[in-house]
Ligand binder design. Structure first.
Ligand SMILES: C[S@@+](CC[C@H](N)C(=O)[O-])C[C@H]1O[C@@H](n2cnc3c(N)ncnc32)[C@H](O)[C@@H]1O
Length: 219
């Protein structure tokens, strides 16, 4: 078996996506651990992670790299954040904002085993509450499934460096269940267009339904 790098610190092992495990021997969800030439990799499930789905659906601009500082909004129990933590490595940081107490409990356990993942128990609408601790970031990642997602993105973009990249999963059902998904996506992109350039729009079906995954760059 061979691990072939497709982006910095993102690999394909046969047909599966994987990251190099920065907490060897430890699983975060139901991923498989594979050892190749003394290096342990974790398979990355696109049905559990929209970033993995976007990569498999052909996302071109992967700016989350070794050493990146990432502000991750909607970290849940740490599935995708843990892969981001593998990618950015020990010199990078992943600030994980999550408001659900239940998810936070599981997230804390993942963060304890990964020195570069920092939990922030807060509503992502209250950017000012963590702005000082986080400082300026290279990457903004958002997967919060909220009606006011565009406002949350704009408020957090204050912490994103100039020309920094944002990766956003937009869930049409969370914004409105009565409007057509494409209309919701268009409206979202219209609302943020003064703040961000839209670089890529990726339909992540069949891995996840009713989502659009977008890559943005701060204006
Ligand atoms: C779809 S899940 C995220 C899954 C995660 N990104 C992953 O791939 O592993 C959405 C998460 O966002 C959280 N969330 C929703 N609105 C939020 C807000 N305003 N502030 C912080 N977290 C929020 C929810 O509690 C939930 O855990």
């Amino acid at each position: 078996m061979e691990a072939k790098a497709i982006f910095e610190n993102v690999f394909k092992i046969e047909k599966r996506l994987a990251t190099r495990n920065s907490a060897p021997g430890i699983r975060v969800y139901d991923e498989e651990l594979i050892e190749i030439g003394n290096i342990e990799y974790r398979t990355w499930n696109p049905y559990r992670s929209k970033l993995a789905a976007a990569i498999l659906k052909g996302m071109k601009q992967m700016e989350i790299k070794l050493g990146s500082r990432v502000l991750y909004l909607g970290a849940a129990t740490g599935t995708t954040p843990s892969h981001v933590s593998d990618i950015v490595g020990p010199k990078g940081e992943v600030f994980c904002v999550e408001f659900s107490e239940r998810n936070m409990r599981d997230l804390m356990q993942v963060c304890e085993k990964r020195g570069n993942m920092l939990p922030i128990h807060c509503d992502a609408r209250l950017t000012q509450n963590y702005a000082e601790d986080v400082g300026e970031v290279d990457i903004l990642y958002m997967d919060v499934s909220a009606r006011d997602q565009s406002d949350i993105l704009i408020s957090n973009s204050k912490l994103l460096k100039e020309r920094g990249y944002a990766y956003v999963a937009i869930k049409s059902q969370s914004i409105s269940s009565s409007t057509k998904p494409q209309e919701i996506f268009d409206e979202f992109l219209g609302q943020i267009s003064a703040h961000f350039e839209i670089l890529e729009q990726i339909d992540i079906e069949p891995f996840d339904k009713g989502h659009l995954f977008v890559v943005l760059r701060k204006r």
